[in-house]
Design a protein around this ligand. Structure first.
Ligand SMILES: [Zn+2]
Length: 390
C-alpha cells in the first residue's frame, strides 16, 4: 500500500552522506575554512541532512528569507513559514568568498558536521525578521534573542552532512529519520497517522489529546523534541522515560510509534506550528494534533493562534491536516478528562496546574493529584527533581 502523504515539495531531499562518501567528505572538511554554528543552526543542519526539512537542500538565500518573512513562500513558490538561515560575524565574513566551500562545525562540541558551498553572502534586517516571524521584538522572547544574537552576515548554499551528533547513540531505539518512520507506517498499512508533538513529560492532558486522535486514526505517532529547550526545562532523557512509561502502561503498543527528533525550539508559536506540520508531513504523518498554545512561550501568542493560522494559509500549502483540540483538563464534576468544548462546568471544578506550581509540588514532595499525572510519571519526575542536577 502506498503512503498517504507525499513529502513537502514532492520528495524527500536527503543531504546526509553514507559510508565511503561520508568518510571522504569528512576528510576533505578538515582542510576547509571552518564556520562555527550555533546550536540552533546545528540542529537545522541535521534536520536538512535527514530530509526532515525537505525540500531544502541547504541554508536559505536572501530572496527565500525575504519572501518567507513577508508571505510564507520560498523563492521557488513553495510554502515555508520560518527562514532557515546560517549566520557569520563580520570579521569572518570578509574571508569567506562566494563560490568557495566551507566546513560547518558545531560551536558547542567543536565537531565537524558537514560542508557547504557558498552561493550567496547577504545581510538582513534582524528586527524585521523577528517582528514578522515571532510577532514581537521583545529581547526576552527566547527565539528573538537568538536571532538578534546572530552574526551580521548570512551564508546560503547547499550542504552535505556527515554527522548527527550523539543523537543516534543517545536514543538508539527512538532516533529516527523520515525515511524510517515512513517505512514503518507503510509496513503497518496505516493510512491515517496522527502525530503528537511533545516537549513535556506526558501528563494526563497530553494522554487525552493522544487518545482523541487515536480514536479516529489508524496509528498514533508521538514525536518528542530532544534538541535544545529553554533553561530549566526537563532534560530529554527524563521526558523520554515518561513517554515510554505512559505508552507501556496506558496505550495499545502496536498502535503507537514513539520517536525523537533533533530540532531546537524557536518558540515562534503559530509560525512554528506550521514548520512542525511540514516536517511531520516529511516524517509521514497525515494529521497533526494542535492543542492550546502550540510552540508558544510566555504570553506572546493567543492560546489558539497556532490553530487559526492553518485556516489562513492557502488550502494546498500543506499535505498534512490538523486535528485542532481545545484546552484539556480533568473535571471533578464530569469525573473525566474533558475540554472546554465538552464540559459545561466552571473553572472551580477543573484541575489546572501551572508548570511552575507542579515543579514546586514535586520538588517539595507535596502530593500531586493522579488526575493530573499518572503515578508512574510522578515517580519519575520526583526522582528527577530530588536528584542532583547537571
Ligand atoms: Zn465538567
Amino acid at each position: 500500500m502506498s503512503h498517504p502523504v507525499s513529502p513537502h515539495g514532492g520528495k524527500l531531499i536527503l543531504r546526509l552522506l553514507k559510508g565511503e562518501e561520508s568518510t571522504e567528505a569528512k576528510k576533505r572538511a578538515r582542510e576547509l575554512p571552518k564556520i562555527h554554528m550555533t546550536s540552533r543552526e546545528t540542529s537545522d543542519l541535521i534536520m536538512i541532512g535527514i530530509g526532515a526539512f525537505s525540500p531544502l537542500d541547504g541554508f536559505m538565500g536572501r530572496e527565500d528569507w525575504e519572501r518567507i518573512c513577508k508571505d510564507f513562500t520560498m523563492a521557488n513558490g513553495i510554502f515555508w513559514p520560518i527562514p532557515i538561515t546560517l549566520s557569520i560575524s563580520g570579521d569572518n565574513a570578509s574571508r569567506i568568498k562566494e563560490g568557495s566551500e566551507v566546513a560547518l562545525t558545531d560551536g558547542e562540541s567543536e565537531e565537524l558536521m558537514g560542508t557547504m558551498r557558498i552561493e550567496e553572502k547577504y545581510t538582513i534586517d534582524k528586527g524585521y525578521e523577528c517582528k514578522e516571524v515571532f510577532r514581537t521584538n521583545d529581547p526576552k522572547h527566547p527565539g528573538v534573542a537568538k536571532v538578534m544574537a546572530q552574526g551580521e552576515c548570512n551564508l546560503a548554499g547547499p550542504v552535505r552532512v556527515f554527522n548527527e551528533l550523539d543523537y543516534p547513540d543517545r536514543f538508539p531505539d527512538l532516533y529516527a529519520r523520515p525515511e524510517e518512520t515512513r517505512a514503518m507506517f507503510e509496513e503497518r498499512g496505516w493510512q491515517t497517522i496522527a502525530v503528537l508533538q511533545l516537549r513535556n513529560p506526558m501528563h494526563r492532558s497530553h494522554e487525552y489529546l493522544a487518545k482523541i486522535a487515536l480514536e479516529v486514526s489508524d496509528g498514533l505517532f508521538i514525536h518528542q523534541l530532544v534538541g535544545k529547550l529553554k533553561e530549566g526545562d526537563i532534560p530529554a532523557e527524563v521526558r523520554v522515560r515518561c513517554v515510554e512509561t505512559v505508552v507501556d502502561h496506558y496505550f495499545p503498543r502496536e498502535r503507537v510509534v514513539t520517536k525523537v527528533y533533533p530540532m531546537e525550539m524557536r518558540y515562534a508559536g503559530p509560525r512554528e506550528a506550521l514548520l512542525h506540520a511540514i516536517f511531520r508531513q516529511n516524517y509521514g504523518a497525515s494529521h497533526m494534533i494542535i492543542g492550546r498554545d502550540h510552540a508558544g512561550v510566555g504570553n506572546y501568542y493567543g492560546p489558539f493562534d497556532a490553530q487559526r493560522i492553518f485556516h489562513e494559509i492557502p488550502e494546498d500549502a500543506l499535505g498534512i491536516k490538523i486535528l485542532p483540540i481545545d484546552w484539556t483538563f480533568y473535571c471533578y464534576k464530569c469525573k473525566a478528562m474533558v475540554s472546554s468544548k465538552t464540559c459545561p462546568h466552571g473553572e472551580k471544578d477543573h484541575l489546572l496546574l501551572s508548570g511552575t506550581l507542579l515543579r514546586e509540588m514535586l520538588t517539595k514532595g507535596d502530593p500531586v493529584p493522579e488526575e493530573f499525572s499518572r503515578p508512574e510519571i510522578l515517580s519519575i519526575l520526583r526522582e528527577y527533581y530530588s536528584g542532583p542536577k547537571e
